[in-house]
Design a binder for this molecule. Sequence first.
Ligand SMILES: C[S@@+](CC[C@H](N)C(=O)[O-])C[C@H]1O[C@@H](n2cnc3c(N)ncnc32)[C@H](O)[C@@H]1O
Length: 271
Amino acid sequence: MPTEQNLFEIVKTTLGVTSIRNNKVNETMHAPLGPWREANELYIEQSNLKTNLSQNTSEEFVIYDVGLGAAANALATLACAKSSSRPVRLVSFEIDLSLLEFALQHSHEFEHFQGYEDAIREILAHKRWTQGNITWELFEGDFLQCVDQVQHKCHLIFYDPYSPHQNQEMWTTDCFKKLKEKCHRDARFYNYSQATPIRAALLEAGFYVGYGKAIGEKETTTEAACQLKDLQRPLDQRWFQRWSRSDTPLPPLCEDAETLKKQIREHEQFQ
Ligand SMILES: C[S@@+](CC[C@H](N)C(=O)[O-])C[C@H]1O[C@@H](n2cnc3c(N)ncnc32)[C@H](O)[C@@H]1O
């Protein structure tokens, strides 16, 4: 069992990129691309964040960063928002700040931390940091409770908890329903998973769900949206047929398989 001292360690991914391993959940974060490439390819570029931020409007663009962790996604967001004329609000959620504290202690290992150390210290100390048009706030605690307290609805969600195997409660239909209540109509969601039960949970929660782009060793990732028209590549009949035949069609902690099956069968996306 890892102690507090060796809970996290600096490791190299199979591609030789520096990352952090959590020895309790047995996961190396951002493998194999490393934190900066994964953050940018999976979340920032795929979501077209830069284009969203270049829109000529004074409406604040709100991004939820679920699972702040070692802050790669958050720092990639801040870097992208740097020259934004549109106001930006980054809302991070984290249940345990020890990973961020560890990453800050090892900031010299990560180029993307350079210049942001004070921002990280401030977010750790005061749960808030502002610069120009950017507001960054942190909700410390369980996302399932914190999300109810957030005032600002989101346009974009970067969803990055540990895997369903380790972090079941973050992948249930109920969790995604709570998230959907906090979405603007044109909100979109990005995540590294390509698992059928996770896509089923998102569908049951009322999202439309699509294939996200291939990243690292994954053939696809997942994009979800509140409107079908906002998806780049919606799951199609082929996915639906595969799901119908799957041995593991049910999301984590699903207790009512019949309702789930009926809801997905009748989901507008597959009509
Ligand atoms: C894979 S790491 C996130 C990596 C991070 N996004 C980054 O860019 O470095 C997953 C994070 O989700 C957090 N987490 C897990 N369950 C949570 C919950 N219920 N509420 C809030 N945060 C949670 C973990 O503590 C962990 O820091």
